[in-house]
Design a protein around this ligand. Sequence first.
Ligand code: AMP
Length: 393
Amino acid sequence: MSQRNVLVINCGSSSIKFALIGEGRSHFLLSGIAERLGSAEALLRVRDRESEDCLPIPHAGYAQALARLLPLARLAAGGELYGVGHRVVHGGEHFTQACRIDPQVVDTIRATIGLAPLHNPGALAGIEAVLQLFPSMPQVAVFDTAFHQTLPEHAYRYALPDELYREHGVRRYGFHGTSHRCVSQRAAALCDLPIDDSCWLSAHLGNGSSTCAIVDGRSRDTSMGMTPLEGLAMGTRSGDVDPNLHIHLMRTLGWSIERIDRLLNQESGLLGMSGLSNDMRTLEQARAEGHPGATLAIEVFCYRLAKSLAAMSCALPRIDGLIFTGGIGENSALIRSLTVGHLRVLGFALDESANQTRGNQGRAIQAVGSPRVLVVPTAEEEMIAVDTLTLLG
Ligand code: AMP
């Protein structure tokens, strides 16, 4: 049988990230981003192993960008595309795993827009554009929330009146599920443990960040909630604040809901605390030069992360290991070191020389006598491609 190739698509609010993945291949055949969609500056950046191209696609929306991209992907796939896998952020309670897209699935994703107004419309636009352009192309949706549908009720319910959950879906859903699932499987393989008899704390630390408790391959608790704002301090997101903050800002400063929304989602987190940047590399550099805002932002980030991991440990019968992943988790020895420094009560300690060693393979960095601490590169696109291939048989 010829090799099967899958195009993995992640449609954001004004961009489409993509990767063409060949079954069993360790590198992307093609990858890139269509960005600033809808504007005169819209661009399609396409990379293969040898070169990078940048094609202007002025005023292109999702459909026009995909109409340019899909033939390029087909060509790079040797003429045949086996299917398209979409990252869909919110699947509500409807989706406990990836599923093949049909009209009913499209309707259900549309019905969850209310829960993810910033994220799901993009995914839906991408799915509908592919349906329109290539009606016979098999498509699969992989949901960020699906992995967390195994949370027990005491972990997913808010202490709010029952009807808000029953009638309006107000509950914790969790996100980054594809990444937490990926790294827990990789960690189990790395340590020669069966995934269905293993217990992990996982920290996905990127522009968005979350923690997760995983028992026997199933999510048992996670730090994000009804939306990806709950939990850790992130690049520009505040994470947890006193829920009365909204009322306080409205009453004392007369702020509108839209203003508060912008504050908490776009102006807070590392950016807000440092007054400098949401990028951890910039902050580490500034901290080394004595910048007080960057120093505070990093300290808050690590302390809150450690507190969240300690809280997640309540969901585990034992700890087989702590996993760091995502752009920060995989690359920042400083963040790992400061965070683990707050987790001595759980017995964690790092071998600092292993922690400082760079590499793109999964590796152990704990000190002798500590439970495992692992750095495990995440591979969300590959997981989506594998889910797509599995579902398309
Ligand atoms: P992601 O959203 O997973 O792509 O992660 C983005 C974050 O990873 C940004 O805050 C980057 O600054 C951070 N990051 C990437 N490389 C490094 C590095 N070498 N050291 C510290 N942070 C890094």
